[in-house]
Design a protein around this ligand. Structure first.
Ligand code: NZQ
Ligand code: ZN
Length: 389
């Protein structure tokens, strides 16, 4: 372990088939008015909406309806939610849905009482939050982002062609999250596997960085092995509760700060994927899947020992009689085979990206430091995007 750090996570989790029972007691801790934020249709179709309304009414809450949160929530929707929350003086934002609804709820939480333009202040300039914050609670219906137990909030500004993720501090984390794997069983296959790749990508962004011996990397390897195993079962039989519950729990631990502790991280796959999202509005996990292999091939020479370790510790590839590079490349082949097996998109074209968009996507990609090719340039990002087409 390197460096000095503090670990804390304020989100209380309720996990399992009966976990919605915990909502009533959680609600008791807040005032009377609840902003009920949700997506387009899935929670009404599944019957979850009716259950939530019944619980809110039994708790004597005034419900302010906030439907229509879209995948990749927009800055316009954020402004609408902030106005609703402020005008109704809501005491709690209850996000019911996937990562988009949870991310949006955190955005509304900080934007409601912001006297400046919240997009500019909190997402572009990344200033500390200095206004009142409305507490957030989540009932999660899709596994992937980890938004249920982190401070992340990703908002898209289509006019500016920017999709920006902000990580807020403890005060903005959900106060509680309800994780019932049964609620994920109605997800379309495309969303389920996109979520699986989002989880894999979160782990890899934190694993493929640094050269020190670090407990976090062993945790990451365990999470990846569980995910690979369970995602294969879920891809064959999406209704397998055990597999879906393991995927949900892995998603939470993949991105709640634990496995980044004491080590450096990369996050360039996400930076590229988010810029692709700003131009195409494609499903987040699929944008990551399309750029991952070209990016890894590009940085492999700079991080060879870790890529070799990824091959041997995660995929069980024997290094005997092979060069380190051969072993590392076999690891990437195994990753690709798994991606194909579960049904991921492997090219940007399939997501609606066109060659004319690539310059803009490259320019919209934030260059972070910490990966094995530490001084990556916009020109290299352009090459990686080209190879991802
Ligand atoms: O709108 P509805 O009708 O609810 O449909 C949603 C949506 O169309 C549907 N869905 C969700 N749960 C369902 C369901 N359909 C049937 N049954 C269910 N149980 O799935 C679609 C996608 O939902 P969404 O919330 O957009 O997916 P996800 O959880 O992948 O969230 C993606 C967003 O999270 C951001 C992404 O950038 C993207 O904007 N991220 C947030 C992060 C964080 N907070 O730390 C990190 C991630 O890297 C990610 O960037
Ligand atoms: Zn992600």
């Amino acid at each position: 372990m390197q460096g000095t750090f503090t670990y804390s996570n304020p989100t209380r989790l309720h996990f399992g088939p009966d976990s919605l029972n915990a909502l009533s007691s959680e609600l008791q801790q807040y005032g009377p008015t609840v902003l009920l934020s949700y997506g387009k249709q899935s929670i009404k179709r599944s019957g979850l909406y009716d259950k939530i309304i019944t619980i809110l009414q039994a708790a004597g809450k005034t419900i302010v309806e906030d439907p229509g949160v879209m995948p990749n929530p927009t800055v316009e929707k954020l402004a609408e939610g902030a106005r609703l929350a402020r005008e109704n003086k809501v005491d709690l934002i209850l996000a019911v849905g996937g990562g988009s609804v949870c991310d949006y709820a955190k955005g509304v939480s900080v934007a409601a009482y912001c006297t400046d333009d919240p997009w500019e202040k909190y997402y572009v300039r990344m200033e500390p939050v200095d206004n009142a914050i409305i507490p957030v609670g989540c009932v999660l219906t899709m596994a992937g982002t980890g938004s249920e137990m982190n401070g992340g909030s990703v908002i898209t500004n289509h006019a500016a062609k920017r999709k920006i993720g902000r990580v807020f501090g403890d005060a903005v984390y959900p106060r509680f999250s309800i994780l019932n794997p049964e609620l994920t069983l109605t997800l379309p296959r495309y969303q389920m596997v996109a979520g699986c790749f989002d989880i894999m990508s979160h782990i890899l962004e934190q694993y493929l960085s640094g050269t020190d011996d670090n407990t976090s990397d062993y945790l990451a390897e365990g999470l990846m092995r569980s995910l690979i195993h369970s995602s294969r079962i879920a891809a064959r039989n999406p209704q397998d509760y055990e597999a879906r519950s393991n995927i949900m729990w892995t998603a939470t631990w993949a991105l709640n700060t634990l496995i980044a502790k004491g080590k450096s991280t990369d996050w360039m796959v996400h930076m590229m994927g988010q810029s692709v999202g700003a131009f195409t509005d494609a499903t987040h996990g699929m944008t990551l899947a399309a750029v991952t292999l070209p990016y890894f091939r590009h940085i492999l020479p700079y991080g060879l020992p870790k890529f070799k370790r990824f091959a041997t510790h995660v995929w069980g590839i024997s290094p005997e009689g092979k060069t380190d590079e051969q072993t590392a490349l076999e690891g990437l082949d195994a990753l690709k085979a798994w991606m194909q097996e579960i049904g991921l998109v492997l090219s940007l074209r399939e997501l609606g990206a066109t060659p004319e968009m690539l310059d803009g996507i490259a320019e919209g990609t934030f260059l972070l430091r910490g990966g094995y090719k530490n001084n990556l340039t916009t020109a290299e990002v352009r090459q990686i995007l080209e190879a991802s087409m």
